[in-house]
Design a protein around this ligand. Structure first.
Ligand code: 5AD
Length: 363
């Protein structure tokens, strides 16, 4: 096991069977070792810094009917809301004052909103030229992704949820397809977004083989951001009676992705904190380097009910920033208020180093 983990750290890739064994092993020492290696790699790239992103849940109206999700179109029990441009800008202002330099606009997938998003994105871009704008608004047309990128969006999050086509069909209605999802991810990357993808761990019907397929897809796709959270049942969905995914498996995957992609931006997700009271700390100690406190207006937070008991208080909310600082401090980390863009391995620092070398040669 240790040999594989060392190799993954060194070469950033393993054979599918080795991934499978890492996910399945009952060897607690090996799992500890995996987390330690991942933590060291994150530390070598980011030091003690944890990037913060202000998550603004811009609306819960959705055209889709994903079987796992509490804001699916068929759910009539949830109060629907949609933030206005002014409300979104208010959230940004509050976030900016608190030190946030990335705003994540996340919401249900809706058609016919392009003009609104273009307006909102370009206004945030003008008002906060020092901030990154991340969108997480689902599938769109290529031209729409391109337009929002031109308007000033920098990053886009779109989890593929599961790579296995049959499993994708089990989680989604027939109107959706894995091919559409993968096509969107490709467009996002080609448009120039820092692109994030990811999965739910332990979603109904998921097997270890599916997870290995996910790892191999992510290895090929090379996203800049990777979101991994456990599945958690939601009471108004067809999956209400399924058990939650495993936090332990979530943490293993997190570490595997950190070793595969030392520079990737990997959050300790809200779903993980919902399942484990100390999920955020555990996620960071397994190699995560991002947290995303909730910056939405307090009144609508309970309506963005993707899953039951979604953590929305304490360190999950911007009001808990002081507490978050304290929690991070206790495990030796601190909040960074930098934008926290993805830096490829050959990015500025290396180039600067090269330049310095060649200029000293000149002397
Ligand atoms: N449990 C865990 N995560 C969920 N998501 C949606 N529903 C659930 C659930 N029941 C995740 C999906 C989606 C992200 C915004 O929230 O992975 O991409």
């Amino acid at each position: 096991m240790k040999t594989w983990i060392d190799r993954l750290r060194r070469e950033h890739t393993l054979a599918p069977e080795a991934y499978r064994r890492l996910l399945a092993t009952a060897d607690a020492q090996a799992v500890d070792y995996l987390h330690r290696q991942a933590r060291e790699v994150a530390h070598s790239k980011f030091g003690n810094d944890i990037y913060i992103r202000g998550l603004i849940e811009v609306g819960n109206r959705c055209r889709n009917n994903c079987l796992y999700c509490g804001i699916r179109a068929a759910n009539t029990s949830v109060a629907r809301y949609e933030l206005t441009k002014d409300e979104i800008l208010d959230s940004c202002r509050k976030g900016h004052e608190l030190g946030f330099r990335t705003f994540v606009l996340q919401g249900g997938e809706k058609q016919g909103c392009y003009a609104k998003w273009e307006d909102v994105v370009s206004t945030i871009r003008r008002t906060y030229p020092d901030c990154a704008i991340t969108l997480s608004l689902g599938e769109m047309e290529r031209e729409e992704y391109e337009g929002l990128f031109r308007a000033g969006a920098d990053r886009y999050l779109l989890r593929h949820e599961t790579y296995n086509a049959a499993h994708y069909r089990m989680l989604h209605p027939e109107t959706m397809s894995r091919e559409d999802r993968l096509k969107c991810l490709q467009w996002l990357k080609e448009t120039g977004y820092q692109t994030g993808t990811g999965i739910m761990v332990g979603s109904p019907g998921q097997t270890l083989d599916h997870l290995v397929e996910d790892i191999c897809f992510i290895e090929r796709f090379r996203p800049q951001m990777i979101g991994i959270g456990p599945f958690i049942p939601q009471k108004d969905t067809p999956f209400r009676n399924w058990p939650s995914g495993s936090a332990d498996l979530t943490l293993r995957l997190l570490s595997i992705f950190r070793l595969m992609f030392p520079e990737a931006l990997i959050p300790a997700t809200t779903a993980l904190s919902t399942l484990l009271p100390d999920g955020k700390q555990k996620g960071i100690l397994a190699g995560a380097n991002v947290v995303m406190p909730n910056l939405s207006p307090a009144a609508c937070r309970s309506s963005y009910a993707l899953y039951d008991n979604k953590a929305a208080e304490g360190t999950e909310a911007v009001e808990g920033l002081a507490l978050l600082r304290k929690q991070l401090d206790r495990i030796g980390y601190r909040i960074s208020t930098a934008r926290g863009d993805y830096r490829s391995p050959t990015h500025a620092t290396d180039k600067q180093a090269n330049r310095q070398e060649s200029s000293s040669e000149d002397k």
